[in-house]
Design a binder for this molecule. Structure first.
Ligand code: HEC
Ligand code: HEC
Length: 433
């Protein structure tokens, strides 16, 4: 379980060492070690018992004595040879609108208070446009093979349906990639699963210098090498000038541009959104969140009651941590009890479009929403990080849900899917394939 091991090890280490630790996960082994990347084989599941040894039939040449129990995971394909320079197909005359987006009325003061856009930074469409190009540009990896978008795919809610993603040299990440929708509503100090990055700006260069992800390590020249590469690419001077007034790309500008592009990935167009929009009432203490949604099927509505309701009202209070309308994790949420004795408090990406993922939790251990729901139903483990809200008295809470209620919860989670964000051209690949 490489991911868990690494995250546990991280808990005790001072922040400045975290990246180095994660990068190597205890001395560089993880970068080279084969990782069970097959999403169909959760590492938590005990290995299948050895098949009984069949004596070879006399006439047939002897079969291999014990078939391998755990066939070697086919090693990831070697990185493709550096592709020909990509062709940018972007109309620079009119930048798309990233900043003056119309948010629904229910993104009211309660929500806008949580906007993490830096005060000092004017959001600009030109900077977000530069961010879009950077996000999709494979030249951000040392061998020109991997872009941010390789692991954060628009049609997968800017996450990766695979349990682990594949980096520039074919190595697998040790954590599951995160969906990026609604990042704008997280309190400072909350980027990455283990919250080790203070902001989107601070996060932006981390994948680039990561030895598995994009490979601009210190040995490869680091961010300065990347900047001199990008400053020599034909399309950047104009994009950088439009965004910042002069043509030179710096580390700060790169971080700002990527952060602005990602902050624009706001999810407001799910089935739940259009239903709740009709119920929103700022005068009510719960702003109408408790009201039935007319467009929901009975099953979705039952799931909504379970998700939103407090215990005592027949609900499970998922809402206490995964807060609407953004479904970002609340700042005070502690752990959800994945492992006994766990002491690291992880974040969760917004649950918007969660059903587009194929793997769930920081290490992608669950491959379906049914498994996620079963975790909350019967699997929560005790430990120092476990949130009190997932305890009953002093022990992990058991929900004893019926099969119908479990299915209803999954149906509700699926109503958070946002097709617009997954298909909006302004977030799509600006390069010609
Ligand atoms: C090789 C795959 C890969 C690449 C390339 C990659 N990422 Fe990620 N990204 C991940 C993984 C895995 C995580 C979770 C890592 C962790 O928490 O340790 C992550 C986490 C993030 C987060 C944190 C989200 C949150 O909710 O806290 C952001 C933001 C992000 N990536 C943006 C980017 C940007 C911008 C780039 C390009 C500069 C990029 N990523 C490149 C795999 C990748
Ligand atoms: C005490 C806070 C808390 C409560 C209550 C809670 N969760 Fe979570 N949830 C989390 C945390 C923290 C994570 C991420 C844990 C990790 O990956 O280590 C998470 C992860 C998830 C994920 C996976 C997200 C992803 O991107 O992989 C889903 C789905 C989810 N929760 C659904 C629910 C449902 C349904 C309920 C109610 C039954 C619920 N949660 C109750 C804190 C909470």
């Amino acid at each position: 379980m490489p991911a868990q091991f690494c995250f546990r090890a991280l808990g005790a280490v001072v922040t400045s060492l975290l990246m180095a630790q994660l990068a190597g996960c205890g001395g560089g082994a993880a970068a080279d070690a084969p990782v069970a990347a097959d999403p169909a084989v959760p590492t938590e599941v005990p290995m299948a018992p050895r098949p009984p040894q069949v004596p070879p039939a006399p006439a047939v040449p002897p079969a291999p004595v014990v078939p391998p129990i755990n066939p070697p995971v086919p090693s990831a394909p070697a990185p493709a040879p550096a592709p020909a320079p990509a062709v940018l197909a972007l109309d620079l005359s009119g930048a798309a609108n990233y900043t003056a987006i119309r948010l629904p009325a229910y993104y009211d003061a309660r929500v806008m208070d949580k906007d993490n856009t830096p005060q000092s930074q004017r959001a600009s469409d030109a900077a977000a446009t530069l961010g879009r190009v950077l996000f999709y540009d494979r030249q951000l990896s040392v061998n020109n093979t991997i872009a941010c978008a390789s692991c954060h795919r628009q049609d997968q809610a800017f996450g990766d349906a695979r349990r682990f993603s594949v980096g520039f040299a074919g190595g697998a990440t040790t954590a599951h990639s995160m969906r990026l929708g609604n990042l704008r509503w997280y309190a400072p100090g909350n980027m990455f699963w283990d919250k080790r990055a203070a902001s989107l700006e601070a996060q932006a260069t981390q994948p680039i210098i990561h030895p598995v992800e994009m490979g601009f390590t210190a040995a490869a020249g680091g961010i300065p090498a990347l900047l001199s590469r990008l400053n020599a690419v034909s399309y950047y001077p104009a994009l950088v000038s439009a965004a910042f007034g002069d043509p030179t790309l710096t580390e700060a500008r790169l971080a700002t541009a990527l952060a602005q592009f990602q902050r624009a990935m706001v999810s407001t167009s799910s089935k739940w959104d259009s239903g709740y929009a009709l119920n929103y009432n700022p005068a009510l203490p719960d702003a109408g969140l408790g009201a039935p949604i007319a467009s929901f099927t009975p099953q979705e509505e039952r799931g909504r009651v379970l998700f939103m309701g407090n215990p005592g009202q027949g609900g499970l209070a998922c809402v206490a941590c995964h807060a609407p309308p953004t479904f970002a994790l609340t700042a005070n949420a502690r752990g959800n009890g994945l492992d006994a004795g766990a002491s690291t408090v992880f974040k969760s990406p917004s649950l918007k479009s969660v059903s587009r993922s194929g793997a769930f939790m920081h290490d992608g251990r669950f491959s379906s929403l049914q498994q996620v729901v079963e975790h909350y139903n019967s699997g929560v483990q005790d430990g120092p990080a476990l949130d009190n809200r997932l305890k009953a008295g002093n022990v992990p809470r058991r929900l004893n849900l019926s099969a119908a209620d479990k299915a209803a919860l999954v149906a509700f989670l699926t109503t958070l899917d946002d097709t617009s964000l997954a298909t909006d051209p302004k977030f799509s690949n600006p390069f010609r394939p």
